[in-house]
Design a protein around this ligand. Sequence first.
Ligand SMILES: Cc1ncc(COP(=O)(O)O)c(C=O)c1O
Length: 381
Amino acid sequence: MLARQKKSSKELIPVCEPILSGREVEYVLDCLKTNWISSQGKYIGMFEEKFASYCGCKYGIATTSGTTALHLALVACGIGPGDQVIIPTYTMIATAFAVVYTGAELVLVDSEPETWNIDVSKIEEKITSKTKAIIPVHIYGHPCDMDPIMDIARRHKIRVIEDAAEAHGAEYKNRKAGGIGHINCFSFYANKIITTGEGGMVVTNDEKLARNARVLKDLAHSPAKRFLHDAVGFNYRMTNVQAAIGLAQFERIDDYVKMRRRNAHLYSERLKDIRGITIPIEKEWAKNVYWMYSILVQDEFGCSRDDLATKLRESGIETRPFFIPMHQQPVFQNKGSGAGERYPIADGLGQRGLYLPSGSGLTEEEIRFVCQTVKEIRETN
Ligand SMILES: Cc1ncc(COP(=O)(O)O)c(C=O)c1O
């Protein structure tokens, strides 16, 4: 086996670690020294404006998480009980929970086998008179095929809310993912391409939706009179300290996207010829940011995804299994209109998918070690 330089004998190559070596400390200290530690202060507006503009959007509304950003976007669109919202069954649970918080009904669609994103050809058959929105999720940093999704939404007069939690900097036909739908959401959790520790943002070009989101995120104080409320609002306010970290992270976003793409290229070069491993793709119209470098472990590999994960861990390599699709979640059993439906592509992803260490700061040597270990496990099966 290849020797790998470990920081300590017990340390694993982590699935993902943030890099905080820009101006994070300087900006955070500025917040502390000036007492601007809550949700007012200059970093909030700067971070919102810069990140929204990067996505091609006029308005950014920073939130406490990607989950609250999704909830806020849905409520800003007026979605609530009696409505239906279409999401891919293959997603992270937050997409589904955000819909459930509003009282609307989840309607699930299977994935397509190449990008693992929502199967656009199966969306329209799920639209009813109650459908109010579609949430395309850019899984692992590969953008969804947005043109047909926007076209379906236009014809049926429904909203598109992009869940771009995993796709900072990804592009669809030279437009940023998260800048195409009517109102779109990001997460800045510590494993995301840029982070604020915990945090999220809603971005949009629609002035009215932006206004709704901004008011609702701050307890729905009436714009006319503070402490007067004519809607149910939330406290989803990001702090200035988080935004200070976010701004410093944002200053290096292009580097981080390049590092993710370089790492993916190094992985794919070394894994592409291993029988039984399916590597992630990049469609000709897409820029994939490979938030997580994700593989499928097929039967020909000779051991299961879970056995591969165990063996990698024994060699000092941390991995994560793919999400468990929404239709398999106990919390959603016997709820919604799709009982008894089948989602074979999502089932396969949930069973076979694994992500390898994927942080932007991964070294070439670490990637070589991971790939060599996968190869050796394949050869000994
Ligand atoms: C697709 C997707 N949506 C939403 C979220 C929720 O973001 P957060 O963890 O910031 O609430 C995540 C988090 O990883 C995600 O992957």
